[in-house]
Design a protein around this ligand. Structure first.
Ligand code: NAP
Length: 281
């Protein structure tokens, strides 16, 4: 089975579109997403454009604030404060990476946790790891929705997460624990990654190394989710060697067309959730 991220993301967007329309008639207001882009990083500009387009498609009020790369940190913090206090703004996303002179941690910590659609604020990170309600980082959330497409009940499965970043590996581990998986988290210092992978019922690869996971690393019938996006001479490839792994896996996400499309759909989902929470408090 090839897990179709494009289709699943389109289904989620359709569901959100209906929900936004319902919220509009109930509250006479729609969720609002404000994205802040600092500088001229080309991939960031593309991501922000795609986020804006998708938000508009589902009826979310979308705003992009663009600043030059030499923006003073205090100006950015002031803007975040203003957005925190603006009840038309349900979600705030500061596109990363930020220029080096701006303290990323300080910026994230200044976003109201109730508007933190990326799920990076320490309060949301803590809530997720304590098993409480929280904003969940978009890419791991997308991965878990794709896993659920293959199997509804993941209880007791042995999952191996490759990569321990705050963006992907760590929150993914928490989500798998929530599903009662037994989780092994691996990283660049792991001694025998192949042996770890061979024990897995579920592999989540979030490394950034083209085709690291090969067919002979994967147990027959395993589910493989490929988060990696790597530019190579032969185009975009994941962290998983699709050709060899798809012969042994029960289900696998392709790159492109797997996890990638889910990330933005989950951002919209988080924005709608922040709006709903703000209107029930
Ligand atoms: P990251 O912050 O660079 O983290 C990479 C992780 O991989 C680190 O924990 C690192 O270990 C580990 N690692 C490096 N080499 C390894 C090896 N040989 N064996 C095992 N683990 C190894 O990367 P990231 O931000 O999580 O992103 C990972 C990939 O996902 C990238 O390709 C990125 O482009 C992609 N991505 C995709 C989406 C999407 O929407 N599909 C979203 C975000 C990111 P250490 O901690 O020991 O250094």
């Amino acid at each position: 089975m090839i897990i179709d991220g494009k289709k699943t993301a389109a289904e989620l967007r359709e569901k959100l579109k209906k929900k936004v329309a319902d919220l509009k008639s109930k509250h006479n207001a729609v969720p609002g997403l404000t994205v802040i882009l600092v500088g001229e990083d080309t991939p960031s500009k593309i991501y922000v454009k795609n986020k804006e387009k998708s938000a508009i498609e589902v009826g979310i009020n979308s705003e992009v604030i663009r600043y030059p790369a030499d923006l003073e940190e205090k100006v950015l913090l002031e803007k975040i404060k203003e957005l925190n206090n603006n009840n038309k703004v349900s979600g705030i996303l500061v596109q990363l990476p930020l220029p080096k002179h701006i303290d990323k941690r300080k910026v994230i910590e200044n976003i109201d946790p109730g508007k933190d659609v990326d799920g990076f604020h320490p309060m949301n990170v803590g809530n997720l790891s304590s098993g409480h309600d929280s904003s969940i980082p978009c890419t791991p959330l997308g991965c878990s929705l794709l896993l659920k497409k293959v199997e509804k009940n993941l209880s007791g499965k042995h999952a191996v997460v490759i990569g321990r970043s705050n963006l992907n590996g760590k929150p993914m581990t928490q989500l798998l624990l929530k599903e009662n998986c037994t989780v092994t988290i691996t990283h660049s210092k792991t001694k025998d990654l192949k042996a770890e992978c061979l024990r897995a019922d579920i592999i989540i690869a979030a490394v950034g190394m083209p085709k690291l996971v090969r067919g002979d690393w994967v147990k027959k019938g395993a589910i493989v989710i490929d988060v990696g996006i790597n530019k190579t001479d032969s185009g975009l490839v994941g962290d998983v060697d699709f050709d060899s792994v798809s012969k042994v896996a029960k289900a696998i996400t392709p790159v492109p067309g797997g996890v990638g499309p889910m990330t933005i759909a989950c951002l919209l989902n988080n924005t709608v959730e922040c709006f709903e929470k703000a209107h029930t408090e």
